[in-house]
Design a protein around this ligand. Structure first.
Ligand code: GDP
Ligand code: MG
Length: 439
């Protein structure tokens, strides 16, 4: 989409003024590039009319660089089409949230189910259950099980002999017994929409009463995407879209059409075969991406995530070597703050679920802030060599952090406990988590 548009922009930017004539030329290019990007004809028509109306109505027309202005209007219009705000999964305030994945065969339902499960577990600290309701496609159950294993998320199945609706029914009970937060139903697809599939999905919808029904649409399918989305929406009233295979050549044209025709938001974009290839959908960034401006913010976020992993790995390695200093503690505080809370962090550690209720997040936050201040008042040498902390140093640190010497002593104590913990862990025994919860 970008190349043609860029040329047109350059062209119009060279001219001092935005006139009806060069404006029309520009819009012609916009129209062509949208059509080339597989945007549905009717959507394009309406789009161009909206842009024209806005551009002509602009008072500032003479004073601005006309090219820039039109780009801005086009960009904003794309964003309006994509949705004004970031859409999220409709989590229930209490109880089990259910999410049904629907879509044609091969669009990426099963893959997306696992990706979303991983996302909700890691980012939102949810206890997730995946349910294998595709009993039609050979090996569909095994596919989900393999994915589930790779992300350490439980998969519920009653085998390919049990009807999908019955599997769903029992999965609900299973999830309730095990206090899951989120149940994701991976359903069967067909190569084409047919009544049998739709009836099965409707029946499942009646039973599960899903908080969200997400339709997976393959960004590579071009125009067909529109018919499919329309039909699924009419039969099931979908609540959101997951656009898959955005790693291909597709520039997002199909996405624009589907969004405009179903009028439901895009929640996620899937851009690869690996479980981590899932992005939250941000309309503003996608608008930039469609215009070829690059999705810098997403890149930065991904880099950030990798950085976090590196910090964790570094700490884990040091702990294995029996080293744990104030710097490691500081890293850990940072990670906990990123996770939102100690509770969230604990929920993600297998076997720590029971600890969660024992922790008062506010209290943890307060003492964490205090402890952080104390560590920051230490010199780099002191942070790495806790044993050098004698009375005079402690006094100075306490003053610097605005706390009592007692607080400094307490933190040193905790660090010593953590150091002991790392030794115990290296000995292969379960650590005593009281040391952690005191932090
Ligand atoms: P389902 O039939 O709807 O459940 O589709 P699957 O989840 O089994 O996916 C079909 C194929 O598409 C598999 O080979 C996936 O690895 C692949 N796939 C799914 N999502 C993506 C994606 O975002 N990018 C790419 N390149 N491949 C994908
Ligand atoms: Mg599948």
């Amino acid at each position: 989409l970008s190349e043609r548009l860029n040329k047109a922009i350059k062209n119009i930017s060279g001219q001092g003024k935005l006139t009806e004539k060069n404006m029309n030329e520009m819009l012609k290019e916009v129209r062509l590039s949208l059509l080339e990007a597989d945007v549905n004809y009717n959507v394009v028509k309406e789009f161009v009319e909206n842009v024209k109306e806005k551009a002509l109505g602009q008072e500032v027309m003479d004073s601005l660089n006309p090219g820039q202005m039109v780009v801005k209007i086009v960009r904003d219009e794309i964003q309006t089409l994509l949705g004004e705000e970031d859409a999220k999964i409709n989590f229930k305030k209490q109880g089990i949230t259910t999410l049904m994945m629907v879509g044609l065969q091969g669009t990426g339902k099963t893959t997306a189910s696992a990706k979303i499960a991983r996302y909700c577990k890691q980012k939102l600290a949810k206890r997730v259950l995946l349910v294998a309701c595709d009993v039609v496609r050979p090996a569909a159950i095994e596919q989900l099980q393999t994915l589930g294993k790779s992300i350490d998320i439980e998969v519920f199945t009653l085998g390919a002999q049990t009807p999908a609706v019955e599997t769903a029914r029992q999965a609900m009970r299973y999830a309730a017994d095990r206090q899951k937060d989120l149940v994701i139903f991976d359903t069967a697809g067909r190569l084409h929409i047919d009544d049998e599939l739709m009836n099965e999905l409707s029946e499942m919808k009646e039973l599960v009463k899903p908080d969200d029904i997400l339709l997976t649409v393959d960004a590579m399918t071009g125009q067909d995407i529109v018919t499919v989305a329309k039909e699924f929406n009419e039969r099931l009233s979908i609540t959101g879209l997951v656009v898959t295979k955005m790693d291909g050549d597709a520039r997002g044209g199909g996405l624009l059409s589907v969004r405009s025709i179903t009028n439901v938001p895009v929640l996620f974009v899937s851009s690869g075969e690996k479980v981590e290839d899932l992005e939250e959908f941000h309309p503003d960034r996608m608008a930039d991406r469609i215009l070829g401006m690059g999705d810098i913010v997403t890149l930065v976020e991904q880099a950030q995530e990798k950085l976090d992993m590196e910090v964790q790995q570094k700490t884990a390695k040091r702990m294995q070597q029996g080293v744990f200093t104030f710097n490691d503690l500081l890293d850990q505080f940072g990670q906990i703050q990123k996770m939102g809370s100690m509770q969230n962090m604990l929920k993600m550690i297998p076997g720590m679920g029971k600890m969660v209720n024992k922790i008062d997040d506010d209290q943890v936050n307060d003492s964490m802030k205090k402890n952080k201040a104390i560590i920051l008042s230490m010199t780099p040498f002191e942070r790495e060599n806790p044993s050098c902390l004698k009375a005079s140093r402690k006094n100075r640190i306490a003053k610097g952090a605005g706390v009592k010497v007692m607080d400094v002593n307490k933190l040193i104590n905790q660090l010593e406990q953590m150091q002991m913990l790392t030794k115990v862990m290296n000995g292969g025994k379960m650590p005593n988590m009281n040391a952690l919860s005191n932090m």
